[in-house]
Design a protein around this ligand. Structure first.
Ligand SMILES: C[S@@+](CC[C@H](N)C(=O)[O-])C[C@H]1O[C@@H](n2cnc3c(N)ncnc32)[C@H](O)[C@@H]1O
Length: 426
């Protein structure tokens, strides 16, 4: 077996591989990662940098302008109006107060809107101006530290970070659930599913790395190893399309927000076994997530939702690239295992609803969101054949120095190659 470490090229580079994040220009991300420079190495319980970051209005503006995100939350709250009307709601991390106000509009009797960053005062004014002060109580502080003197019927929160679990905010929601949610209370979202798939992206590689071969007629190829390090050492937040995807996606984890515990959030590990649907250079792996608002303890969507099933993969049937064998693509072990794990019932049609509850999807074949997709690139592509097994393990774990950061370890077996990628999303 040949051993290849795609990160090996990083060892000899001296310049700082974390320059001010110009990547933002490329990715136009709406919830920018706190730049390393503004995020000093903090103790595990010191969240000053995190809440300072959320004190920037631009971050909230970007989230509010993410139409898919905000309108799906609104639809979900209205979908569950019967469970919210006349009830007590807790909004964990209310930001500008938008979800708390949606809940008040849905008829909540009382909404506790908890926010740790400096926004809380402003939110109070927004609430007053909208004549909702008798319903919404804005509490300034960490949800772990504020006092609420009653049990709540509903918890709503927008806690998802890149790759779903970046930021580790779900732990705060779970802490609130364990303190205040009534037995059989509602949690929105109810479950969350993280997916991964191998991708091919020759254009991205070419524009970032091959670019240095000919810069206005000058050969700067010597810069290529450093360019690989700068571009691909860290996870990239960017938009990919179904045309980039090389295999039926693998379900990394399904989080049931009713039952998950805080220790379980510290680390996720999965083994994957996928098959390439065509011959192509493999450039890395993409990650995305869905959250659903079923309101039930059981996730009711298939790991690869039915709306995605036909469009997640694009494999143009040409003479050199035969159309995929769908049976083969869909019956791979990992998907079967995932289906079994989730027990795959259809979306509910009860509760007076004829339509299924909304799903907020960040999949590459769905309308784009500020989360885009997260991509782990290798420094160099590896050729895969049609129908080739792509297998390995993935571990995601909270960074021990700062639990908001996410350590990622990918071990890949590809034919005779063993590839390893270790990085941190920060
Ligand atoms: C992703 S934003 C969502 C804001 C708002 N709910 C929305 O949908 O626009 C998450 C917010 O939760 C706040 N937050 C995160 N952890 C918190 C905690 N433990 N206690 C209170 N607020 C928290 C952050 O400061 C941030 O404003």
């Amino acid at each position: 077996m040949q051993h290849q470490d795609p990160n090996a090229a990083s060892s000899s580079r001296q310049p700082d591989p974390h320059p001010p994040r110009r990547k933002r220009q490329r990715t136009n991300r709406r919830r920018p990662r706190p730049p390393t420079q503004r995020y000093p190495p903090l103790g595990p319980d010191d969240d000053r940098g995190y809440f300072e970051f959320y004190s920037h209005l631009g971050v909230h503006e970007e989230m509010l302008k993410d139409h898919v995100r905000t309108s799906t939350y609104r639809k979900a709250i209205m979908y569950h109006q019967a469970s919210i009307e006349g009830k007590v709601v807790l909004d964990v991390g209310c930001g500008t107060g938008v979800l708390a106000i949606f809940c008040a509009q849905a008829g909540a009797r009382k909404v506790y809107a908890v926010e740790a960053c400096e926004f809380a005062g402003l939110v109070n004014t927004v609430v007053e101006e909208n004549k909702l002060s008798d319903i919404i109580d804005v509490l300034h502080g960490r949800v772990e530290e504020v006092e609420i003197h009653e049990q709540v019927d509903v918890i709503v929160s927008e806690w998802m970070g890149y790759m779903l679990v970046f930021e580790s905010m779900l732990a705060s929601v779970i802490a609130a659930r364990d303190r205040w949610l009534k037995q059989d209370g509602l949690i929105l979202p109810s479950s969350a599913l993280l997916y991964m798939a191998p991708i091919t992206h020759p254009e991205r590689y070419s524009e970032t790395i091959d670019f240095w071969r000919d810069v206005h007629g000058i050969d700067m190829s010597v810069i290529r190893p450093y360019a690989k390090q700068c571009a691909f050492q860290d996870p990239c937040v960017e938009t990919i399309t179904p045309a980039n995807i090389l295999a039926w996606p693998h379900l990394v984890t399904c989080i049931n927000c009713h039952t998950i515990t805080i220790p379980e959030l510290e680390s996720f590990q999965t083994s994957f076994n996928m098959r390439s649907v065509r011959k192509a250079p493999l450039h890395g792996f993409a990650f995305w997530f869905d959250v659903d608002f079923t309101g039930s303890n059981q996730p009711t969507y298939s790991p690869i939702r039915s709306t995605q099933a036909t469009s997640i993969l694009v494999t143009p049937p040409t003479r050199t690239q035969p159309a995929p064998n769908w049976e083969q693509v869909q019956n791979i072990a990992s998907t079967e295992a995932a289906l079994e794990m989730l027990d795959l019932p259809l979306p509910p049609s009860g509760d007076g609803h004829n339509i299924p509850p909304p799903v907020l999807s960040t999949a590459p074949n769905e309308p784009s969101t500020h989360w885009e997709q997260t991509v782990l690139y290798f420094y160099d592509p590896v050729d895969v054949e049609n129908n080739q097994v792509i297998e390995g393990t993935l571990t995601l774990s909270q960074n021990p120095t700062n639990k908001r950061f996410l350590n990622i370890r990918l071990d890949l077996i590809l034919g005779g190659l063993i590839l390893k990628k270790e990085t941190t999303l920060r």
